[in-house]
Design a protein around this ligand. Structure first.
Ligand code: UDP
Ligand code: MN
Length: 615
């Protein structure tokens, strides 16, 4: 009896306590963090922004002292040899695989992270990576005197081992005298182990590293800003929370900044495979760009960039995730626009500002950093209900793109007309204060070859509308609502063949791909055997598997190099690619609309398409 009443007492005390805590916390949540309140910064051990802004925003980047003749080889041979000797799962960046894993658990952990988290847990946090640098990089010399760096790493619900492997990879392959600190910024993660357990682990085992916690999920941009505000070194480096820098990655990345404090430098981003954790190169460099829907794109290197493949080259737009920038310069540019929510558009904002306001952007081929690109479906949860991405784009366009913003808006007029970009006074004042150049200047001097590949106003389609098989009156190519890499097929045609519903609305575009009119998905054929399947794939503008032509006389949809044609399988409602055959009626197709003039201008050589036409 007594026992029961005591228990009861304890229970009600717990209930009251819980209630109080809930009230306390929700009142804070409802109000949201007040970034203008000095108490917020104090409680977070951050810097008070208004005070901070007065201190640093008006400062011009100081010049770093350097002697162009005082160079050194920063290569650490001892550490390099030790790393080469390492053996084990995933060492040397070799593809790895679990032996007899609990398949169900492996799948669950994969789905939660977008990569094989269970496999990652079995790979050493100190694993070695393959040295895939251009051989000319290995003993290349850089300034002996380089500024120190603060590395800012925002994370939201990152899995344990990739987050810590990021820290150890930095510590293992960075000259200690150049690394001042690593700042992990927790964007209000929900995973329990990222709380106290991480705090303890970091303070015990991860030198030079501290954690800053945001009180509520604010996104990548605000998290980076929070880290940058507390950073104390002269150079800021921003990383994702799942990276592995390669050998001697830092000196080539910051040498250009030591020489020019208004330079911003990006490393080459290598691929850490989401399924096997293999470390491999993505490509040997390209210049960053965008299309007029603000998809990140790449432009080929210029002739002068190819002369010395170890030399940093100018790039119009950064990829976004990984870069180094002088702390003073970053704040001279106002950091990021704080009105940019969660993620998206920030790499355009910063790149435009850098170029237009007196800086330069470089890619350093000798600095390589591996990054886990998440697998299908692995993207982080979306904490917002509004269209924050296009709101961000509109903010960037309104402030920086002058008359060119219309090219963005005209592609999605309804969406942009409805969106309110919010208050832009601060951003416009900054552009005025820094006397930044026009967007026209940026397009003509820096991104001069962008319009050729991504024209602001696109040439008309060669043909568009529904694509009907001539052998049946009523079967059209349809997405069948499949996802990427899955086969499209045939379905009864829409009543309006010129403007059918989106599933059947195709265009043979000026890129010579067969794409969905409403979405940048293309018909892709990667096999060359009989009855090769036709799948839906993101349009890549590289020709090859996605190269198509329309032969008006034969009514053929000719794929690739010109020998294979699209064929209907009327029985199974499927489509295939087979060798073109004039006698085969199932290879004949009609479009809802054909632009005969455009097609006539395009000299179709039925059986030979030059390489160049593939682009
Ligand atoms: N991130 C964050 N808050 C968010 C979204 C992302 O802190 O709301 C972090 C994330 O943990 C990662 C970085 O921002 O370190 C970039 O995100 P992600 O890797 O998902 O982008 P991706 O590389 O896939 O484009
Ligand atoms: Mn990432």
């Amino acid at each position: 009896m007594r026992r029961r009443s005591r228990l009861c007492c304890v229970k009600s005390a717990i209930a009251v306590f819980a209630l109080l805590t809930i009230i306390l916390f929700t009142s804070k949540w409802i109000a949201g963090p007040d970034f203008t309140n000095p108490d917020f910064y104090r409680s977070q051990n951050l810097v008070n922004l208004p005070q901070f802004a007065a201190q640093v925003f008006n400062r011009h980047p100081k010049k770093f002292e350097f002697d162009p003749n005082d160079l050194k080889d920063w290569h650490d041979e001892e550490a390099y040899q030790k790393a080469l000797a390492r053996k084990g799962l995933g060492e040397q960046g070799q593809p790895a695989e679990l032996v007899n894993p609990d398949k169900e658990k492996e799948r669950t952990m994969f789905r939660a992270n977008g990569y094989n988290a269970m496999l990652s847990d079995q790979i050493s946090l100190n694993r070695s990576v393959p040295d895939i640098r251009n051989p000319g990089c290995i003993h290349k010399k850089y300034l002996s005197k380089l500024p120190q760096v603060s590395i800012v790493i925002p994370f939201y619900d990152e899995h344990w081992s990739p987050l810590l492997r990021s820290c150890f990879a930095i510590l293992n392959r960075t000259p200690p005298e150049l690394l001042k600190e690593i700042i992990l910024v927790d964007d209000a993660s929900t995973k329990e182990f990222l709380g106290e357990k991480l705090e303890k682990y970091v303070s015990q085992y991860v030198p030079k590293t501290r954690i800053v916690r945001l009180p509520e999920r604010s996104g990548l941009i605000v998290a980076r800003l929070a880290g940058a505000k507390v950073a104390t070194a002269d150079i800021l480096i921003f990383f994702d929370s799942h990276v592995e820098p390669n050998y001697n990655w830092l000196p080539p990345l910051i040498d250009p900044i030591a020489r020019n404090p208004r330079a911003c430098v990006c490393p080459f981003i290598d691929v850490i495979a989401y399924n096997t954790f293999e470390y491999r190169s993505q490509d040997e460099g390209a210049r960053g760009a965008f299309d007029w829907r603000f998809y990140y794109k790449r432009l080929p290197l210029l002739k002068e960039d190819l002369e010395d493949k170890t030399k940093p080259f100018r790039s119009p737009i950064m990829a976004g995730g990984l870069f180094a920038i002088g702390r003073d310069f970053f704040w001279e540019l106002g950091g990021y626009d704080e009105g940019l929510d969660i993620w998206g558009g920030e790499q355009y904002e910063l790149s435009f500002k850098i170029w237009m306001c007196g800086g330069e952007m470089l890619d350093a081929p000798c600095s390589r950093v591996g990054h886990i690109y998440r697998g299908p479906g692995g993207h982080l949860s979306n904490p917002r209900t509004n269209d924050f991405l296009h709101k961000n784009y509109k903010r960037v366009a309104e402030v920086w793109m002058d008359e060119y913003k219309e090219y963005l808006y005209m592609r999605e007029p309804n969406r942009y007309a409805k969106l309110d970009a919010g208050d832009l006074t601060k951003q416009k004042a900054l552009r005025e204060k820094l006397q930044c150049k026009s967007f026209k200047w940026f397009m003509e001097e820096i991104a001069f070859d962008l319009p050729k590949k991504y024209p602001p106003i696109e040439p008309p389609d060669y043909a568009s509308g529904a694509i009907r098989s001539d052998t049946s009156n009523n079967l059209c190519i349809d997405t069948l609502n499949v996802g990427h890499r899955q086969e499209v097929g045939l379905y009864p045609c829409a009543s309006d063949l010129v403007y059918p519903q989106s599933n059947q609305y195709w265009a043979l575009s000026w890129h010579k791909d067969l794409r969905l009119k409403m979405k940048a998905d293309c018909l892709d054929v990667s096999e060359s055997y009989r009855n090769a399947p036709v799948v839906l794939y993101e349009c890549h503008l590289q020709g090859g598997n996605q190269l198509w032509q329309y032969d008006v006389e034969n009514k053929w949809l000719v794929h690739g190099s010109g020998k294979s044609c699209l064929e209907a399988d009327l029985k199974n409602h499927k489509v295939y690619v087979n060798r073109c055959d004039p006698a085969n009626l199932k290879m004949k197709w009609s479009f809802g609309h054909v632009n005969r003039t455009a097609l006539a201008e395009l000299k179709i050589n039925k059986h030979q398409v030059s390489e160049e036409e593939g682009l």
